[in-house]
Design a protein around this ligand. Structure first.
Ligand SMILES: Cc1cc2nc3c(=O)[nH]c(=O)nc-3n(C[C@H](O)[C@H](O)[C@H](O)COP(=O)(O)OP(=O)(O)OC[C@H]3O[C@@H](n4cnc5c(N)ncnc54)[C@H](O)[C@@H]3O)c2cc1C
Length: 379
C-alpha cells in the first residue's frame, strides 16, 4: 500500500485490506455471477467494528469521520466494489444520517442493532419517475392517529431486497421542497419489497424497489422537523458522495495494479508488453489519474470532517474519481487484450462496477451543475 493522504488510518486500512483479501477475494466472482450479497458480510464487518464508523461512541460507534469511512470503503472496493456499496448504504446513508439527524430515542432504538450487524439499513429517496430532481418526489405522507400514513414507491434502493430499516423521504405538503424524513421498518404494516433489479455491475450489492401502501409509521419515527428534510438530505449527500468517490478510488487502484502486473509478465515480440510505449504510457496515465483523484477525494473528506461547506468539493471529487475509475477499467481491459475481455480476469467486472458511480448519488451531469452553482456563489 503506497503512502497516501489517509495515512492516519493506515492500521484500519491494513485490517480492512487483509479482511477483503481473505473473505471477499475468493468469492467475488461467484457473487457477481449469482448477483448475491456476500454471506454473513454485515456480521463480519460488525466484528471489525466498522458498521458504526462515524456513529457516536455512546451508541457503540467508532466516532470517526469521513476520512476513516472513505479509507474503509476504498479498501473494500479494491477487492469488491459491490460490498463497498452495500456497506456505504448501511454505514453512511442510514447509520451516519440517524446519528446526525435522529432524536435520542431514535438513536437508542436504531443505532445499536445496526452497529452490531443485527439490522441492515438503507436510504430510499429515488422513485420510478423521480431521480435527479429529488425535490419533486411523489411519495406522500399524511397524518393519521398515532403517526403517519405513507404511500409511494422507491426505486433503485441499495440493500432494498434484504434490509431491515430504511430512511424514507416523503412529501408532507404540496409545496415543492417540503419533504419529510421517516424511519421505516420492514415489519411496519404496508411496507412491501418490489422486484430485485438485475444489474450491469455492482452485482454483489442487492438493489430493489420498495413499495409503501398505506404504510403506518409511528409519530416517533419522523426524523428532524416536518417538511424541513431538504437541508439534512443535502448535507448527508456530501459524505455520501465522498464515500462513493472512495469506491472509485479502490476500483482505479485495482485496475492499475492488475494492468501493471500483467504488462510486466505478458510477452509479445520477445519483450514484456510494458516495454511498448503505448502500453507503458497507458499505465502511467492510470497512475496519474488515480493519484489526482485520491488527493481530491481525501481533501473533500477532510472538509466534511472539518465541518466546512463541502458541497462543491464532494461533487467535484465524485465526478472526477468516478470518471477516472471508468477510464481505468477500460484502459485495464485494453492492456490485458483478449484476457481483459473475458470473465476469468477481474478487470471487465471492475469496469462494469465503476460505471455506477457516475450515476448513483447524483449523476456527473447534475454534479457539474452543483459545482457551477457553488462557484457562482463564490470560490
Ligand atoms: C445500483 C444503484 C443503486 C442506487 N442506490 C440508491 C439508494 O440506495 N437510494 C436512492 O434513493 N437511490 C439510489 N439510486 C438511484 C440513483 O441515485 C439515481 O439513479 C440517480 O440519482 C439518477 O436518477 P435517475 O436514474 O432517475 O436519472 P434521471 O434523473 O432520470 O436522469 C437521466 C439522465 O438525464 C440527465 N439529467 C437529468 N436532469 C439533468 C439536468 N438538470 N441537467 C443535465 N442532465 C440532466 C442525468 O444526468 C442522466 O444522464 C441507485 C441507483 C443505482 C443504479
Amino acid at each position: 500500500m503506497p503512502p497516501g493522504p489517509k495515512d492516519e488510518f493506515r492500521e484500519i486500512a491494513e485490517v480492512v485490506a487483509d479482511f477483503a483479501a481473505r473473505e471477499l477475494a475468493p468469492i467475488v466472482d461467484e457473487l457477481d455471477e449469482k448477483e448475491m450479497l456476500a454471506p454473513g458480510i454485515f456480521a463480519k464487518l460488525a466484528e471489525l467494528g466498522l458498521l458504526g464508523i462515524t456513529a457516536p461512541e455512546a451508541y457503540g460507534g467508532a466516532g470517526l469521520g469521513a476520512v476513516a469511512a472513505s479509507t474503509v470503503i476504498e479498501e473494500l472496493a479494491y477487492v469488491d466494489p459491490g460490498t463497498a456499496l452495500s456497506y456505504l448504504a448501511h454505514a453512511l446513508l442510514f447509520v451516519h444520517n440517524v446519528g446526525i439527524n435522529g432524536s435520542e430515542a431514535q438513536k437508542e432504538r436504531y443505532l445499536p442493532p445496526c452497529i452490531r450487524g443485527e439490522w441492515v439499513g438503507g436510504l430510499a429517496m429515488t422513485e420510478p419517475e423521480v431521480g435527479s430532481d429529488a425535490a419533486a418526489m411523489a411519495a406522500r405522507a399524511v397524518r393519521e392517529p398515532g403517526g403517519w400514513k405513507l404511500n409511494g414507491s422507491k426505486m433503485f434502493i441499495t440493500n432494498g431486497p434484504f434490509g431491515d430499516v430504511f430512511l424514507a423521504y416523503a412529501r408532507t405538503s404540496e409545496s415543492h421542497r417540503k419533504l419529510t424524513m421517516f424511519i421505516v421498518e420492514k415489519n411496519f404494516p404496508g411496507f412491501f419489497r418490489g422486484r430485485k433489479l438485475r444489474k450491469m455491475g455492482m452485482r454483489s450489492s442487492p438493489t430493489g424497489e420498495l413499495v409503501l401502501e398505506d404504510c403506518h409509521v409511528p409519530a416517533a419515527n419522523l426524523v428532524g422537523v416536518e417538511a424541513e428534510a431538504i437541508r439534512p438530505m443535502m448535507k448527508n449527500l456530501d459524505i455520501e458522495r465522498v464515500g462513493l468517490a472512495a469506491i472509485s478510488l479502490g476500483i482505479a487502484r485495482a485496475c492499475l495494479d492488475h494492468a501493471f502486473r500483467y504488462a510486466r509478465e505478458r510477452r509479445q515480440f520477445d519483450a514484456p508488453i510494458i516495454e511498448f510505449q503505448a502500453v507503458s504510457h497507458t499505465i502511467a496515465d492510470m497512475y496519474i489519474e488515480w493519484r489526482a483523484a485520491e488527493g481530491l477525494v481525501y481533501e473533500a473528506a477532510r472538509a466534511v470532517d472539518a465541518g466546512e461547506r463541502a458541497r462543491k468539493l464532494s461533487a467535484a471529487a465524485k465526478t472526477f474519481a468516478s470518471e477516472v475509475a471508468t477510464r481505468a477499467g477500460l484502459a485495464a481491459i485494453q492492456v490485458l487484450g483478449g484476457y481483459g475481455y473475458i470473465r476469468e480476469f477481474p478487470v471487465e467486472r471492475l469496469m462494469r462496477d465503476a460505471k455506477l458511480i457516475e450515476i448513483g448519488g447524483g449523476t456527473s451531469e447534475i454534479l457539474r451543475n452543483v459545482v457551477v452553482a457553488e462557484l457562482r456563489k463564490g470560490y
